[in-house]
Design a protein around this ligand. Structure first.
Ligand code: G1P
Length: 297
């Protein structure tokens, strides 16, 4: 039942239309939260969870993402020569081991399930993680690490889970589940983007998954679902109909939906406030702004 999770798939093929015009020239995943690209947060979380192989499912127009993960020898030399050692360390901390990253192209936008299926030959026959970089999760222990530890006890498939307001359930995969102690719930059913008023609960799937290779087989067999797209949720739900275990994990931490502008701004503020070099100044600014607004009301 216990097996180490060393591979993670990062579906990054989306067009990022919600962030136009910025995404006309840069991939959404390169947009910065304070001073690090969105994707770096997911990579750091994956590394903390023991991931060694990073599989990016990309699309046209994402070459800046590949460049970002390349080394920057000229920049490193220049920082070294000018004695900027801290910056040099920051830069080097983003370097990836040669051969650790693979890029696969999703040629058509056929959905999250299809993106994951595109990586099937790189995953092979072992459990793997899927991380959606739009979901940024701040917490003392990184979310995927929490899940890897819980999964070592449960096996099966596991999805990150969080309560959302009833008015938002139609934007998520939603779980029908039973508490079995601690943060783990046993999933009995799951549905992708249920129509308003039809959700089995308020417990939503958040973009962290630990999946068995059977999911890749399922993805090759199921039909397209919600929105006419091949849905990862449906491939996981098939495990339930075939009698295999799926768990939800109520992670500890704060999740930001960086796929939306409001979520991105909230994450920017939260991460800015948490930074030792910026927090005090930003906090002062925010309270000044709020006082001025209140005074004007
Ligand atoms: C995807 C999944 C959905 C999940 C969500 C979490 O949806 O399909 O099940 O709840 O991520 O962020 P998307 O946001 O890509 O539409």
């Amino acid at each position: 039942m216990k097996s180490r999770i060393t591979k993670a798939i990062f579906p990054v093929a989306g067009l990022g239309t919600r962030f136009l015009p910025a995404t006309k020239a840069i991939p959404k995943e390169i947009m910065t939260l304070v001073d690090r690209p969105l994707i770096q947060y997911a990579i750091d979380e994956a590394r903390a969870a023991g991931i060694k192989e990073f599989i990016f499912v990309t699309s046209r127009g994402k070459s800046a993402l590949e460049d970002y993960f390349d080394i920057a020898p000229e920049l490193e030399t220049s920082l070294r020569q000018s004695g900027k050692h801290e910056l040099l360390e920051t830069l080097k901390s983003t370097n990836m081991e040669s051969g650790a990253i693979a890029y696969i192209r999703q040629h058509k936008a056929l959905g999250l399930g299809h993106a994951v299926w595109c990586a099937r030959r790189l995953v092979g026959n072992e459990p793997f993680a899927v991380m959606l970089p739009d979901d940024v999760i701040a917490g003392d222990k990184p979310c995927l690490q929490q899940m890897v530890e819980a999964h070592a006890e449960t096996g099966g498939c596991m999805v990150a889970a969080m309560e959302v307001p009833a008015s938002r359930t139609s934007a998520y995969g939603i779980l029908d589940s039973q508490d079995i102690g601690g943060r783990v719930v046993k999933v009995q059913g799951m549905v992708e983007k249920p129509a308003p008023g039809t959700a089995p609960s308020n417990l939503a799937v958040i973009g962290r998954y630990i999946l068995t290779p059977k999911i890749l087989r399922n993805l090759g067999q199921i039909d397209s679902g919600a929105g006419g797209e091949l849905q990862l949720t449906d491939a996981i739900a098939r495990e339930l109909t075939e009698g295999r275990d799926v768990f939800g994990y109520r992670f500890e931490g704060q999740r930001f939906d960086c796929g939306s502008k409001a979520g991105f701004l909230q994450a920017t503020v939260a991460f800015g406030l948490a930074r030792p070099d910026l927090g005090a100044e930003l906090s002062q600014y925010l309270s000044d702004v709020m006082s001025a607004r209140r005074a004007a009301e």
